[in-house]
Ligand binder design. Structure first.
Ligand code: SF4
Length: 359
């Protein structure tokens, strides 16, 4: 299925003139340079992000002369929607995987996950990923490049306008390691949460990392109010290194220290620990015991157990239902909130760790 985006949106080669992705302050600066009043910036910000308008001609509170000026000096370029797959797992609530092409031809995926109480969008932050977790299809693609702010924001912009205007939650868990594109991810999250922008409450936005330790400290010190999730996935350095090579650079011990620092830097917020359950790698009773200990030592954190979603390539396996249940029983006595995430959209390779595209 292909949407007919306005030609104006895609036939642009100058990144400098693309206002899609600009913050309010950058728009104010832009209007000043244009010799216009800075209050125009808030109007434009709302048109683009709140109302999803991407044609200056439709911005009716701008004079004709201002619209002509904008048309000759700026453009609004979003990722180009080029296809979707819908899951057939549930008739009522259809998980959708959306494919976008970027201005240089790279492709990225975004997942829309409607649930009973929540409508979540999982956004990508990089084309490909350099971290190379062995259980993740994106990791097998290799790294192409970081996404711009506009390319991250444009994923939600499209979903709000064309799929579901009632999005309640955002997770930065699509393609890429968000903390290796830190500045753009934070700026995109700020546009998502801005009241003049997309108005998603900061507490409903979660940024996930595989454990880029310097950025965890920076994130804690910057005091952002978005949630943080750390992909832990093992209880010993050895088994973590076997599935997350980044452990050789950032050790597990240092990662737990950084997690602790983040938790202490917040009054109430919980940290989420993600734990992809892999048969024979991290699903033993011993692992459950060590995991319980880690979680209780950290204190304010939630544990999210995700049975592995198989992908082509590695010889990893999802544990049996009996093993999953036995593992959960072992860790279920922790004081912290525990959830089991059975990822949606496995039939369309949209579940956790399954995103990958061929360019
Ligand atoms: S799990 Fe995240 S960090 Fe690891 S390879 Fe996949 S996208 Fe990259």
């Amino acid at each position: 299925m292909v949407d007919s985006q306005k030609t104006q949106l895609v036939e642009v080669d100058s990144e400098e003139s693309n206002l899609y992705g600009f913050s309010l302050a950058e728009m104010e600066h832009f209007f000043r340079k244009l010799g216009e009043k800075p209050f125009r910036a808030k109007q434009l910000f709302q048109w683009i992000y709140k109302y999803g308008v991407d044609d200056f001609e439709e911005m009716t509170d701008f004079s004709k002369s201002l619209r002509i000026k904008l048309n000759s000096t700026a453009k609004l370029v979003r990722p180009n929607f080029c296809g979707r797959q819908s899951s057939t797992e549930s008739e009522e609530r259809t998980t959708q995987k959306l494919l976008f092409q970027l201005s240089d031809g790279q492709k990225i995926e975004t997942v829309y996950i409607p649930d009973d109480a929540r409508r979540t969008v999982c956004v990508s932050t990089q084309a490909g990923c350099a971290v190379g977790c062995t259980f993740c299809a994106t990791g097998w693609m290799g790294f192409k490049r970081n996404l711009t702010v506009g390319e991250i924001v444009g994923q939600l912009g499209y979903v709000l306008k064309k799929v579901d205007p009632t999005i309640s939650n955002i997770v930065f868990m699509g393609m890429g390691e968000p903390f290796l594109n830190y500045e753009n991810v934070i700026r995109a999250a700020q546009i998502f949460s801005s009241e003049s922008g997309m108005s998603i409450a900061a507490k409903h936005i979660t940024i996930s990392t595989s454990g880029i330790i310097p950025r965890i400290y920076q994130y804690a010190d910057d005091g952002h109010s978005f949630n943080l999730a750390i992909s832990l996935n093992a209880t010993t350095s050895e088994s973590r290194r076997s599935v997350m090579p980044i452990t050789s650079k950032y050790s597990m011990e240092e990662l737990l220290k950084a997690a602790d620092y983040y938790i202490r830097s917040r009054r109430r917020t919980h940290l989420t620990l993600e734990y992809v359950l892999l048969a024979g790698v991290n699903d033993s009773d011993e692992d459950a015991r060590r995991l319980k200990k880690m979680v209780s030592e950290l204190g304010r954190c939630k544990l999210n157990v995700i049975p592995y979603n198989p992908i082509e390539g590695p010889s990893l396996k999802r544990p049996s239902e009996d093993r999953i249940n036995a593992f959960l029983r072992k860790v279920s006595t922790i004081q912290s909130p525990l959830t089991l995430r059975r990822s949606r959209g496995q039939d369309i390779a949209a579940a956790c760790g399954q995103l990958a595209v061929q360019n």
